[in-house]
Design a protein around this ligand. Structure first.
Ligand code: PHE
Length: 456
C-alpha cells in the first residue's frame, strides 16, 4: 500500500463528491460574497468590474485553488505539515505558519460580524425595524457594535456553534452540515432574488450592477478585483490545502475546482441581484460594507411588502454563509494543532476555539471601549482585517503558486491531478504557466499596491 493510501485510512475524509463540493463551496461563499462583492462591483463600474473579476478568477483563482488541493491531497496533512511532507527540510513550511496565522486573524473578526448577523435574525423576528426612522436604524447598528457585552456574547455564541460542528469531524460534522446548509442558502437566495427583481423600480438596481461603466474601472478597482478573488475563494491561507487533504484519490480535482468556483461566482452575482434592486426600488443610496447590510437593508425591508419575512430570511442566509466559511477557517487551525502537536480532535478544537474567541473579543471591543487603542491608525478589528487580507493571503497565494509551479513541478502535478481523472498535456502546460508566472506576478503587483509601495 502506498504511503498516501495508508494516510488515507488513518485520517478522516470526505465521504462523497457532493460533500467535497458542499464543504469547499461553503467555505468560499461567505460574508465576502454577500456584502462585499455586490458593493465593490457597483462602485467600480458594475459589469466592467465583473469582467475583470471573472478574468482574475479564471486566470489566478482557479490555478491557485487547484494548487492548494494538489498540495493538500498530495501530502494528506494540515497547511503546515503539508509542506514538511512535500518539501522536507526546506523553509517552504513557513507558508503554512503564515496560513495558520491568517486563519486566526480572519476568524477573530469574521466571528464578530457573524455575531451581528445573528442579532439581526433576532431583531427581524421581533419586527425590530418597523416604525423606525433611517437615523434610528443607523444608530441601532452603531449602538449594537459599540456595546461591551452583547456583541461579545453573540460572537462567542457563533464561535461555539462553529466549534460544535468542527469538533465532530470531517465526514460526520463538516460534510454533513454543509450538505444541509448550502442547499438552504441557495434556496433562500433564489427566493430573495425573485422577490427583488419583481419589485417596481428594480431595473435601476440591475443597471447599477450589470451595466458596464468603464469610466469607473480605476486602477484601484482592478486591484480590488484581484484581492477579492482571493478572499472570496478562500485562497492563500491553506483552507483548501486542509480540505484537499481529506479528499479521496478517486475525486477529480479539476472538476471540484470548477464546480466550487462557478458556485461561488454565481452566488456572488445572485447576492447583487437580491440586494441592489431592492435598495434602488426604495430610493436608498447604497453604502459600503457593514452599512449596506446592517443599515441600508433593514431600511429597505421595513418599507417593503412582506419585508418581515424577507428580513428574517436574509439574515439567516448571511449567518449560514458565515458559518460554513468559519468552519473551514477553524479547521485549518484544528488540523494544525491535531497533527503538529499530536492532540486529539476534541482538545484541538476546544483550544483553537478558545484562542480565536479571545482575539475575537478584542476585535469586538475595539468597536467600543477599546476604540482608542489603534495601530497604524487602525483599531484591532480593522488591523486583523488589514493584515490578513492585504498581507497574509496574497503572500500565501504567491508562495503556494510558486511552490507548485517551481518546486513540485510537472511530474508531481500530473500524477496528483490524474488520480481522479485524465489530464491533457495542453491543460497541464497552461496550468503550470499560470502558477509559475501569471499568478505570482499579478499577486505581487496587487500586494505592493495594497501596502502602498506601488501606485497606479
Ligand atoms: N471566502 C470567505 C468569504 O467570502 C472568506 C474566507 C477567507 C474563508 C479565507 C476562508 C478563508 O466570506
Amino acid at each position: 500500500m502506498s504511503e498516501n493510501n495508508k494516510q488515507l485510512q488513518l485520517r478522516d475524509s470526505f465521504g462523497s463528491k457532493f460533500g467535497v463540493i458542499a464543504a469547499a463551496a461553503g467555505s468560499a461563499v461567505g460574508l465576502g460574497n454577500i456584502w462585499k462583492f455586490p458593493y465593490i462591483a457597483g462602485i467600480y463600474g458594475g459589469a466592467a468590474f465583473l469582467f475583470v473579476y471573472l478574468a482574475f478568477i479564471v486566470a489566478i483563482g482557479l490555478p491557485v485553488m487547484l494548487s492548494e488541493l494538489i498540495i493538500g491531497r498530495g501530502s494528506r496533512r494540515n497547511a503546515f505539515g503539508a509542506f514538511k511532507v512535500l518539501a522536507p527540510g526546506t523553509p517552504w513550511r513557513y507558508i503554512g505558519i503564515l496560513g495558520v496565522s491568517a486563519a486566526f486573524l480572519i476568524l477573530s473578526f469574521y466571528g464578530v460580524v457573524a455575531g451581528w448577523s445573528v442579532q439581526y435574525i433576532v431583531l427581524s423576528l421581533e419586527n425590530g425595524f418597523s416604525n423606525k426612522t433611517p437615523d434610528e436604524i443607523s444608530s441601532l447598528f452603531a449602538t449594537l457594535i459599540g456595546s461591551p457585552i452583547k456583541p461579545v456574547l453573540l460572537q462567542l455564541f457563533f464561535m461555539l456553534l462553529t466549534g460544535a460542528i468542527v469538533i465532530i469531524g470531517i465526514k460526520k460534522g463538516i460534510e454533513k452540515y454543509t450538505k444541509i446548509l448550502m442547499p438552504v442558502l441557495v434556496v433562500i437566495l433564489i427566493f430573495l432574488c425573485i422577490k427583488a427583481v419583481s419589485l417596481e423600480g428594480a431595473k435601476a438596481g440591475l443597471l447599477f450592477l450589470f451595466k458596464p461603466d468603464f469610466s469607473k474601472l480605476t486602477g484601484d478597482g482592478i486591484l480590488s478585483a484581484l484581492g477579492h478573488a482571493f478572499f472570496t475563494l478562500s485562497l492563500g491561507m491553506g483552507t483548501l490545502i486542509t480540505y484537499g487533504s481529506y479528499i479521496k484519490n478517486d475525486n477529480n480535482l479539476v472538476n471540484t475546482v470548477i464546480n466550487v468556483t462557478v458556485a461561488d461566482t454565481v452566488i456572488a452575482i445572485l447576492a447583487g441581484v437580491a440586494i441592489f434592486p431592492a435598495v434602488f426600488a426604495f430610493g436608498i443610496e447604497p453604502s459600503e460594507g457593514p452599512g449596506l447590510i446592517f443599515v441600508t437593508l433593514p431600511n429597505v425591508f421595513h418599507q417593503m411588502p412582506g419585508g418581515y419575512i424577507f428580513s428574517i430570511l436574509f439574515f439567516v442566509l448571511l449567518s449560514v454563509a458565515a458559518l460554513t466559511s468559519a468552519i473551514s477557517i477553524l479547521e485549518v487551525v484544528v488540523a494544525y494543532f491535531k497533527e503538529e502537536f499530536n492532540m486529539g480532535r476534541k482538545a484541538s478544537t476546544v483550544l483553537a476555539t478558545i484562542l480565536i474567541s479571545i482575539l475575537g473579543i478584542l476585535c469586538s471591543l475595539s468597536m467600543g471601549v477599546l476604540s482608542p487603542y489603534t495601530f497604524l491608525g487602525l483599531n484591532i478589528f480593522d488591523l486583523m482585517d488589514w493584515i490578513s487580507a492585504n498581507l497574509l493571503l496574497p503572500i500565501g497565494g504567491l508562495f503556494i503558486a510558486l511552490f507548485v509551479g517551481w518546486f513540485l513541478g510537472r511530474k508531481k502535478v500530473k500524477e496528483e491531478v490524474a488520480k481522479g481523472g485524465s489530464l491533457s498535456g495542453i491543460f497541464l502546460s497552461a496550468f503550470l504557466f499560470l502558477v509559475k508566472f501569471i499568478a505570482p506576478i499579478a499577486i505581487a503587483i496587487v500586494m505592493l499596491n495594497k501596502v502602498g509601495l506601488l501606485r497606479f
